[in-house]
Design a protein around this ligand. Structure first.
Ligand code: THU
Length: 133
C-alpha cells in the first residue's frame, strides 16, 4: 500500500469516528479498512442499552467489507481520542485474526500519535480454525 493510501485510510477513520453512536460510554471510535483492490470501508462504534450488544468500530468496518465480498484486508486504521492511540479490544483482535490475518493495524489518536502493529503481533498464538483439528 502507498503512503497516500495509508494517510487517506487514517483520515477516513477519523471521519467515521464522528458517526459513532456511543450514548453510554461517550467514547467515540472510528475505523477504516483498506482492501487489496484499494477499496475502503469505514465503521464506528454502535452501542446498545443492552451493553453486550455493542459493536466496536473495527468490527463494523470489517463486517461491512466482508459482507460486500472483500476477502483481502490489508490495513485497518483505528481512531479515537486518548492520551495514546487506542488499541483494539480482545474480541476485535480475534475477529481480525479470522478475517484479516495478514493485515496491519494502525492506531491513531486525535493529537496525531500513531502506532502500527501486525494482527499477529496484537494476538499471537491465536485460537483459529486449525486449532480444532
Ligand atoms: N471501542 C471500539 O469501538 N473500538 C476499540 O478499539 C475499543 C472500544 C468502543 C466500544 C464501546 O462502544 C466504547 O468503545 C467503550 O468501550
Amino acid at each position: 500500500m502507498t503512503e497516500r493510501e495509508v494517510e487517506y485510510l487514517i483520515s477516513q477513520a477519523v471521519k467515521a469516528r464522528e458517526r459513532a453512536y456511543a450514548p453510554y460510554s461517550n467514547f467515540a471510535v472510528g475505523a477504516a479498512v483498506l482492501t487489496g483492490s484499494g477499496a475502503v470501508y469505514t465503521g464506528c462504534n454502535i452501542e446498545n442499552a443492552s451493553y453486550g450488544a455493542t459493536c466496536c468500530a473495527e468490527r463494523v468496518a470489517l463486517f461491512k467489507a466482508l459482507s460486500e465480498g472483500e476477502k483481502d484486508i490489508r490495513l485497518i486504521a483505528v481512531a479515537a481520542e486518548g492520551e495514546k492511540p487506542v488499541p483494539p479490544c480482545g474480541v476485535c483482535r480475534q475477529v481480525m485474526v479470522e478475517l484479516a490475518p495478514q493485515a496491519e493495524v494502525i492506531m491513531v489518536n486525535l493529537q496525531g500519535q500513531r502506532e502500527r502493529r501486525t494482527v499477529e503481533e496484537l494476538l499471537p498464538a491465536a485460537f483459529v480454525k486449525s486449532s480444532m483439528r
